[in-house]
Design a protein around this ligand. Structure first.
Ligand SMILES: CC(C)(COP(=O)(O)OP(=O)(O)OC[C@H]1O[C@@H](n2cnc3c(N)ncnc32)[C@H](O)[C@@H]1OP(=O)(O)O)[C@@H](O)C(=O)NCCC(=O)NCCS
Length: 262
């Protein structure tokens, strides 16, 4: 098991003490980011709580360090994303096909880089620029500050907006035309938190710092402005929620009702 830390730990490390004068500008922020990534094992945006620091020390082999270790972790993360996408897109035929044609994957991969840059104060402008490039290429706008977990997938991509303070857990799936937006101009937490295993249907808007619980589903074109309990299905404008079907596992739904997901 590899040691992992949350990106906030990188921020903490960065803010310790004052940087030497030579390190305050130019390529120094980039070098610091690379050093941090190399020395810390795996930096993950884990989504909503808990923001664990999984200390595998003593219980497993230490993480590989150096450039090779970093490349292996990146490869593993990419393969994990690809497998999640293949499992969730009935039109997918292979990892290679998805790697080439899926705008959702291109958007999330770019975001993972932009999010790490965002942790460095000096790299925030380039992070925004990178995220704008991804937006132009994919139609998916993810603010670099948004925290997104593992195996995230956006099917079809186009028209998705994810705000700065949004938090997204593991195994979350979004369709096109979704907004995880704010309802206030005040700074601070103003975007939604999606738990693990949440699915959001096409065209849905989830607005404000609401919490959508683990395994919840948000129906197509719904507008969610209140919390949705774990395992519930929210539909309508404004969305009302009801308990989900006991068997409403995403993969079962995909197999049983493929036409729903075309
Ligand atoms: C919300 C959703 C997950 C519910 O699925 P489900 O649990 O199988 O629910 P059902 O199909 O049994 O419908 C239950 C009720 O909710 C209603 N309903 C379903 N989806 C709805 C929606 N998006 N908005 C409003 N009402 C909806 C149904 O009309 C039905 O109403 P009724 O009980 O009065 O007849 C699903 O309908 C949905 O919207 N999925 C998103 C699919 C999507 O975005 N696909 C994009 C492909 S590109």
């Amino acid at each position: 098991m590899s040691q992992s830390i949350h990106v906030s730990d990188v921020r903490d490390e960065r803010s310790e003490g004052s940087a030497p004068a030579l390190e305050r500008g130019g390529v120094a922020p980039v070098l610091r980011l690379v050093r941090t990534l190399r020395s810390s094992g795996e930096v993950r945006a884990d989504g909503p709580a808990p923001r664990e620091v999984s200390a595998a020390a003593g219980s497993a082999a230490p993480p590989r360090r150096g450039l090779l270790g970093t490349l292996r972790r990146v490869r593993d993360a990419v393969v994990e994303d690809l497998d999640a996408a293949v499992a969730r897109d009935p039109a997918a035929t292979s990892r290679a096909q998805m790697a080439i044609v899926s705008p959702g994957l291109h958007a999330i991969w770019t975001h993972r880089v932009a999010h790490r840059m965002w942790a460095q104060e000096e790299l925030r402008l380039p992070a925004r620029v990178l995220s704008n490039v991804a937006r132009a290429a994919t139609g998916v706008e993810i603010h670099p500050g948004a925290q997104i977990g593992r195996r995230f997938f956006i099917d079809h991509g186009m028209g998705v907006v994810i705000g700065e303070t949004a938090e997204i857990g593991d195994d979350v799936m979004l369709y096109n035309g979704i907004n995880l937006g704010g309802r206030t101009l005040a700074k601070g937490k103003r975007h939604p938190t999606l738990g693990n295993g949440v699915t959001v249907g096409t065209g849905a808007k989830i607005l404000g710092p609401v919490v959508v619980g683990d395994g919840a589903q948000v129906g197509a074109n719904s507008v969610v402005v209140k919390d949705v309990p774990a395992g519930h299905v929210a539909t309508g404008i404004p969305a009302r929620h009801r308990p989900g079907r006991a068997d409403a596992d995403l993969y079962d739904v995909l197999v049983a009702e493929p036409a729903l997901w075309i």
